[in-house]
Write a protein that binds this ligand. Structure first.
Ligand code: PGA
Length: 232
């Protein structure tokens, strides 16, 4: 089975030129590239094989919501997929599961594929995998209330593993992926300090359907190594 590789650029790079250069370098089938909003039209025009994704979308279509971007705007820019509920938005922008739920419903209504991010903080994981499972279950119960399982992918991203060089243990990720699949029979990705050195350790499992890659997606040579493992 082919896997899904998502490049989540976050707030990088800092120029449209660099964004287009990077997009061209990692433009491969099976890859979804999620640049910052302003780069979407440029990156979209540069891509031939990869899918264009966005990092967030608001729940309203239009109106007095300064700074927000709606799923309809993204659709008009040829965006196919959107990340919803990333832990950095939960942390820095105060996004709650209620808000994430509304965003998910709106993105689906506009015809976008959604990558929903869930994952537990460190203090929860310290209490063990069972505690992490119930934390994630709570997120999923709210985020997915009445939501279609079509056009949906879930990314399991333990917060303590993101950008820390401390990835999850792949065997634990497999257990969490199976747990998540009980809530929704959808592809489950792993995210959190994925590199060309450890990607295989996750992608070799049939229960893990791909990876959401942050830091390592900003270095073309590094990301190409992950692509070249042959899973996408
Ligand atoms: P990272 O980020 O690969 O830099 O840990 C992953 C993510 O937050 O999507």
């Amino acid at each position: 089975m082919k896997k899904i590789l998502v490049a989540n650029w976050k707030l990088n790079p800092v120029s449209a030129e660099d964004a287009v250069r990077l997009a061209r370098a990692i433009d491969r089938k099976g890859v979804t590239i999620c640049p910052p909003f302003p780069y979407l039209p440029f990156v979209g025009r540069a891509l031939r094989r990869a899918i264009l994704g966005a990092q967030d979308a608001f729940w309203e279509e239009r109106g007095p919501y300064t700074g927000e971007v709606s799923p309809e705007i993204l659709k008009s820019l040829q965006v196919k997929t959107v990340i919803i509920g990333h832990s950095e938005r939960r942390r820095w922008l105060g996004e709650t599961d209620e808000m994430i739920h509304k965003k998910l419903v709106a993105a689906h209504a506009a015809g976008l594929n959604v990558i929903l991010c869930v994952g537990e903080p460190k203090d929860v994981r310290k209490r063990g995998l069972a505690a992490a499972k119930s934390y994630v279950a709570r997120q999923l119960r709210i985020d997915l209330r009445g939501v279609s399982r079509n056009h949906l992918v879930i990314a399991y991203e333990p917060i303590w593993a993101i950008g820390t060089h401390t990835p999850d243990r792949p065997a634990d990720t497999v257990r969490m992926a199976l747990h998540i699949k009980k809530f929704a029979r959808v592809p489950v990705l792993y995210g959190g300090s994925v590199t060309s050195k450890n990607a295989k350790k996750f992608l070799q499992y049939k229960e893990i359907d791909g990876a959401l890659v942050g830091g390592a997606s900003l270095k073309a040579t590094e990301f190409k190594k992950i692509i070249n493992h042959g899973y996408v």
